[in-house]
Design a protein. Structure first.
Length: 740
């Protein structure tokens, strides 16, 4: 019952592939074993270290070589036939390792992102990702190379250099993700899309460790709902490709940390490339070396569901027992079961970990394994793993391990109900945390009729225009009898009546029908609201089970973002002039924009500590060459006779017609020395604060409040601190703004 199909024998390699079945995440699809669509034709492609399928050119794959080649891309079709060479002007190939597609920095068009991020020795002071608009590629090969001009994005790791070979650009947000290679385990690094503008060096954020080592390639599906990562696990000498499911309300990082499911992979001589195809109905891999196969893995019907805990993180107290639960709503008989978990604990030999099923059955996963200075950063308990947790002597435990008990004890039982993970800490002195855990369930009734619904997106029209979002409902394994299912819409960030027309009804599948369409009318407007979402949910199925009951409809914004302003915060010593920079965001194409500004007291008092401004204006001339986008406001501070009064603050408020209020904080340091808060002695020129426009006291309070939440992630993952740089201590980031 729990036996799995092993991959076919491989040509040549010391590596092994971990045993697996063709698998599927609930929202996606399982995948067949590989089929070679062709071989790479071009003799110039001898080290294909990155590949990505085009989104706008049918049947086109972009490929580049590793280090040693010039700065160029190759276009080929999915059978490997050469279509053209594209020189990347303004770029160099120090060590190109991956390529991705995502929204351009200045538009919603598709751009190619080339990752010059290889660094075997970890010695590079910075790395570069090159952005180029994706060109149109014809079906007839071109003999003359075409030049494309690149825009360079310079990135820097915190602390020291890293080697990396995996890049992803979130198609929904434009955020950038890099997965390191030579860290154990690999780490995920992040840069927000908003930080990639302007040409300045961007400091990457280390979001934490992933579940395996030596990540060599990654890709995100065109709709952003799934990720693929290639890994090599040195502990088990195995190579694998993992598929990660990303629900509509989940970030890329959260989906990766939640753990992936193995999908088929044909072992390659030196494989360093992976890519979804254009409609995510499968994925490609290929290898370095000349004339390598283009391996394709086709998606097939539903077979596996992942159930995730929702009550984590849970603190593990020394000498105590904690529990966390997962409730499985859908009735299904278990054919195979895996448990994925992550525990942060520096002495895991104290821990006893058990899984308890809905009927009270208990299976020991690990008892007193590991030792000090180790943890379970991402561990998958699987009866068919190559290594037993009882035999492993090299924690941290990363990847697949056989549990101490047998998960096959749950075979043939009902999955529906409440599952409990119980962790007992048997000694005093060390605390820890259960970060996440999940169940991977393969049901027995794989051939039962099953309904699912796909996501849809539509570009919003203008006032009076109605567009239609089309949702496809699929019936797998249709029975001979009719199947019916109800559907209804529900608000997400979009609102019925204002953004779309609510609808409901019943679909009927007859005569072996496998697909039906639900149409939802989307209402246009001329107001910028950003992308908005609503749900379409299936219910009350008759004649089939429902796998994946809800789909997300995305209304893609077509109106320009409104004009806004930002203002930085400034720290000066008494008697100096505080100079605030006001910057226009999303300006109109021409004309002028006028904003008003004034000062107001914080702990400082106007005309005693600084010269107040009751009303001023700034005019941004957008017809000038170049257009005026930044101006300054000067506020003179006053030296007083009060000693050791501490730092004092005042506000500069900027707003305009249809422009939201933005506030900068001026901090006045005592010229006499002493001073509390941020204070310190006098001296020093004007200096911009590290905590954006928030005073250090306010930033510290926000940090403390966030860090004290039991159910919060690590404090450094707070949006406040992720998006605005380090909080308190650490390096300072200039020219940030707080819009209220």
């Amino acid at each position: 019952m729990f036996a799995k199909q092993h991959s076919r024998s491989h040509r040549t390699s010391r590596l092994r592939l971990e045993p697996l079945e063709s698998r599927l995440l609930l929202s996606g699809g399982g995948f067949l074993e590989s089929q070679a669509l062709g071989t790479v034709e071009s003799p110039d492609i001898n080290e294909a270290s990155g590949m990505v399928a085009s989104r706008q050119n049918a049947d086109v794959i972009w490929v580049h070589n590793d280090s040693g080649d010039t700065a160029r891309l190759f276009a080929m079709n999915t059978a490997g036939k050469h279509l053209g060479v594209y020189n990347i002007v303004g770029a160099t190939n120090i060590d190109w390792e991956d390529i991705a597609i995502g929204p351009c920095l200045d538009s919603n068009d598709d751009c190619l992102y080339i990752a010059d991020i290889g660094d075997n020795a970890g010695e590079r002071g910075s790395i570069t990702v090159y952005q180029v608009p994706e060109p149109v590629v014809g079906t007839v090969p071109i003999s003359t190379p075409i030049n494309l001009t690149a825009e360079a994005i310079t990135l820097q790791y915190p602390g020291r250099g890293r080697d990396a070979e995996s890049l992803m650009i979130d198609p929904l947000s434009g955020d950038l993700y890099i997965i390191s290679k030579r860290e154990t385990p690999s780490h995920l690094y992040f840069a927000a899309a908003s930080s990639l503008f302007g040409g300045e060096t961007v400091m990457l954020q280390d979001l934490g460790p992933l579940e395996s080592t030596f990540a060599s390639a990654a890709d995100i599906s065109p709709d952003g709902s799934e990720m693929l990562v290639r890994y090599y696990n040195a502990q088990t000498d195995t190579e694998s490709v993992l598929l990660y499911d990303r629900p509509s309300d989940t970030s890329v990082a959260a989906a990766l940390f939640a753990g992936g499911v193995q999908v088929p992979y044909e072992l390659e001589p030196n494989g360093e490339a992976v890519s979804f195809n254009a409609d995510a109905s499968g994925y490609f891999t290929t290898s370095e070396q000349l004339h390598q196969p283009i391996n394709f893995y086709e998606r097939v019907g539903e077979s596996v569901s992942i159930e995730r805990s929702t009550d984590v993180p849970v603190n593990i107290r020394s000498n105590k027992t904690i529990t966390s639960t997962i409730t499985v709503d859908q009735s299904q008989t278990i054919a195979d079961l895996e448990v994925q978990l992550a525990i942060d604990h520096s002495r895991i030999s104290d821990l006893e970990i058990e899984l308890i099923g809905p009927g009270g059955e208990t299976v020991a996963l690990a008892t007193g394994r590991g030792g000090s200075n180790a943890d379970y950063p991402n561990t998958i308990f699987d009866d068919d793993a190559l290594v037993s947790i009882a035999d492993s002597t090299a924690p941290p435990f990363i990847g697949h391990f056989q549990p101490e008990g047998k998960l096959s004890d749950f075979g043939g039982t009902e999955a529906q109900g409440t599952w409990t993970l119980r962790i007992r800490d048997t000694r005093k002195g060390v605390n820890g945390k259960l970060t996440f855990w999940s169940l991977v369930i393969t049901p027995e009734n794989l051939t039962a009729p099953a309904l699912s619904i796909s996501d849809a997106s539509i570009v919003e029209g203008d006032v009076g225009e109605t567009t239609s979002a089309m949702f496809t409902v699929t019936l797998a394994n249709p029975p001979e009898t009719n199947v019916t299912v109800d559907f209804s819409t529900a608000d997400g960030t979009a609102t019925a009546v204002e953004d779309y027309v609510a609808t409901n009804g019943t679909l009927t599948f007859t005569g072996g029908q496998t697909t039906q369409t639900i149409t939802v009318d989307v209402l246009g407007d001329t107001i910028y609201e950003g992308n908005e979402t609503f749900l379409v949910t299936l219910s009350n199925a008759d004649g089939a089970q429902i796998n994946g009951a809800s789909a997300t409809g995305t209304i893609v914004e077509n109106d320009p973002a409104p004009t806004s302003v930002t203002i930085d915060s400034v720290t000066v010593t008494e008697g100096e002039t505080a100079v605030f920079t006001v910057t226009l965001q999303n300006p109109p194409s021409g004309g002028s924009v006028v904003v008003n500004y004034s000062t107001s007291d914080g702990t400082a008092t106007a005309d005693l500590d600084y010269y107040g401004i009751t009303g001023g204006t700034l005019t941004f001339n957008l017809d000038a060459e170049p257009a005026v986008l930044s101006q300054t406001i000067s506020v003179l501070t006053i030296v007083d006779s009060i000693k050791r009064e501490g730092n004092e603050t005042f506000l500069v408020e900027v707003s305009g017609v249809d422009i939201d209020l933005a506030v900068g904080i001026g901090t006045i340091k005592d010229a006499k020395g002493g001073g509390g808060g941020n204070g310190g002695g006098g001296g020093g020129g004007p200096k911009k604060n590290a905590a954006s426009t928030i005073s250090t006291d306010l930033a510290d309070a926000a940090f403390d409040s966030f860090a004290q939440q039991d159910d919060a992630p690590e404090a450094t993952s707070s949006p406040l601190f992720d998006r605005r740089g380090s909080s308190g201590g650490g390096e300072e980031s200039d020219d940030e703004a707080l819009a209220l």
